[in-house]
Design a protein around this ligand. Sequence first.
Ligand code: GSH
Length: 262
Amino acid sequence: MLLYDHPFSPYGQKVRIMLREKGLAFTQAMPPGVGSGEGDDYARHNPRMEVPALVVDDNATLYDSTVILEYIEDAHPLPAMRPADPLQRARCRLIEEVCDTHYEAINWGLGEIRFFGRAPDKAEALRASAGRETAQLQNWLEAQIQDSGWLTGPDFGWGDLCAAPYVMMSGLFGFPPRSGSRLEAWLERVRARPSVAETFAEAEAQVEPMAQVAAFLEAGLFKRQYRDHRLEWMIRAGGLDVVLDGIAKDNVRFTDLGKFAG
Ligand SMILES: N[C@@H](CCC(=O)N[C@@H](CS)C(=O)NCC(=O)O)C(=O)O
């Protein structure tokens, strides 16, 4: 299998952790022009112009990390990442949904400030908002930890692999779980798994290269994807000007349904 991905993408990390947990071989590639929203060849794989996308065979590419995880679990059921119990299965979906939407948007906003250099005059206020909300979601996640020490069942599984990238990335932005908390202990347990350690190492190695992306944005090589929860976060945190400025400079993008038309 070929996985179009970027090491820093939390959605890509979810997929890589699951593939590694199941011992499935895959190769990784970055789509040409990643971050620009352009590239006809890649649009055939993923009209949303996002990573991850999993090329299953010559005729089938799947995109959206949730869809990809479901496919991997269906096609390669063992070892099972989702427990059999219906309520636990629903909790897997719930944790994944909250993390992919509300949690991801905060880390993405922090990336806009730190790496892409948006709104230097507002950076402090935006960071304060992100820190407050990160703590709220980390409290919520901590309350989901079960007696087993994992999020969704007796063993490491779906909920853990979906939440882990977001909590790890909070740490990269200076908002790790509270010292001595159960969430901090959970993150250490998760990090001890080889699948997670390898995936986190790939993401952490990107922090230094990310220092260059503000210049790439300035040079017009990137158009940042201001979609759904990300857009809401930026506005909610007080960054409406960031959105308007990005539209004026043509360095933000929204979903282009024309890419679905082929
Ligand atoms: N719902 C999608 C979201 C994927 C997504 O937003 N990926 C980001 C990277 S984290 C992306 O590729 N954005 C496009 C861009 O940066 O140009 C999923 O779960 O896979």
